[in-house]
Design a protein around this ligand. Structure first.
Ligand SMILES: [Zn+2]
Length: 252
């Protein structure tokens, strides 16, 4: 079994009810958005797929928008591989729809910004890590705080994006914060495969939670059953429930 396969989600994955019963999450050191992204710094979210920006740090983005911090979102792919073999959601339809959903979700968070789209192939980032890192080096500035998917998240694109961001941040003088997305669903409370020693808890305001929930609902292509393949929604119920937490966890 290769390393990524050891981080595969089984069934629906670990539920939010299981996480909420674990006292370890409440014991994580707390960090405030204003300390994480200081005044005059820019938050740059690098999302492998449209929806990762919200599932990872949607609440943080809502709070940064509310306090007037500069935010940039970089969409690495357009997410066209979410419905393989589907006649309801062919690649061209996903290429039109998913970036639009992301734009609407950002509006829900209070951000009137358009992501920078890199147009790299969904499902193909592992082989393009160096290309992605080079693109990011041209976009990042010293002092930026980069938020991206954790480099051991379990999805090959999430891991490649985390690794490319680590390289780009190191060479530009940006700070890096990695965020588990799939990690919540294959790992278990207290799981030693999660780097809890680097984890910080970011409490969210009621307003930020409300905005994040609305932003998740913008990804309608990911929330519906696909009649043409008989598959359930791409975003599992456990993922949607986890996105409604009153906090986010980042690895620094
Ligand atoms: Zn993703």
């Amino acid at each position: 079994m290769d390393a990524v396969a050891q981080r595969a989600i089984r069934g629906e994955g670990t539920t939010e009810a299981e996480w909420s019963r674990w006292p370890g999450l409440a014991r994580l050191p707390v960090i405030a958005p204003q300390d994480l992204v200081p005044k005059n710094a820019r938050a740059v979210v690098v999302a492998p797929h449209p929806d990762d920006e919200v599932l990872s740090v949607g609440g943080l983005l809502a709070q940064l928008a509310a306090c007037g911090r500069a935010v940039e979102v970089i969409a690495v792919t357009d997410g066209t591989a979410s419905h393989r073999g589907s006649t309801e959601w062919p690649v061209e339809r996903l290429a039109r729809t998913r970036p639009r959903e992301s734009l609407k979700a950002l509006q829900c968070l209070g951000l009137a910004i358009e992501p920078i789209r890199l147009g790299l192939p969904d499902g193909g980032l592992k082989a393009l890590r160096a290309v992605l890192a080079a693109r990011l080096v041209s976009l990042l500035r010293p002092g930026d705080v980069v938020f991206t998917t954790w480099r051991r998240d379990g999805h090959p694109d999430h891991e490649a994006t985390g690794e490319a961001c680590a390289l780009a941040a190191a060479s530009t003088g940006a700070r890096l914060a990695e965020v588990p997305v799939w990690g919540w669903h294959w790992s278990r409370p207290g799981d030693v495969r999660m780097p809890w020693q680097h984890a910080f808890r970011l409490p969210l305001s009621e307003e930020a939670v409300r905005r994040k929930r609305a932003a998740v609902k913008a990804f309608t292509s990911q929330l519906r059953r696909d009649a043409s393949t008989g598959s359930g929604p791409v975003l599992r119920a456990t993922t949607v429930q986890r996105a409604a937490r009153p906090f986010e966890v980042i690895f620094l």
